[in-house]
Design a protein. Structure first.
Length: 129
């Protein structure tokens, strides 16, 4: 698959991380990842910083504040994406550097509000003030 010409912060791409490439509780399998690195930085590097999304969400009890719930209405779905959007959780604590060659089809783009919420998740996780 060809690497997109421009990869923007807030875009969501499918990424596959095989189980044998992980250790312990690291996230694996094919899942959507939110690009969180700056667009200007993405233009210069062959990697992006990304956060995995999971649809395993338990709304009956609060999760840790660094895990950000993303309602489907906060994602603008790409026309080429055929699936249904589901409520998801951004696993900020599982952020990783991803080579651009791993980025598969783009699923969509987060709203500015959701991008800000992800940023606040990082602020909490890293104790940034």
């Amino acid at each position: 698959m060809a690497i997109p010409a421009e990869i923007k912060q807030g875009e969501i791409y499918w990424v596959e991380i095989r189980k044998e490439e992980t250790v312990g509780a690291e996230q694996y399998k094919r899942r959507p990842y939110i690009v969180v690195s700056r667009t200007a930085v993405n233009k210069k590097l062959s990697t992006v910083m990304a956060v995995p999304l999971s649809t395993v969400v338990d709304l009956s009890r609060p999760g840790p504040p660094f895990r950000v719930v993303i309602p489907p209405q906060e994602i603008t779905k790409d026309l080429s994406f055929q699936g249904d959007l589901k409520i998801s959780v951004a696993k900020i604590d599982q952020a990783r550097v991803v080579d651009k060659s791993r980025l598969e089809r783009r699923m969509g783009t987060l709203s500015q509000t959701a991008c800000s919420a992800v940023g606040l998740g990082f602020s909490y996780l890293l104790d940034l003030r």
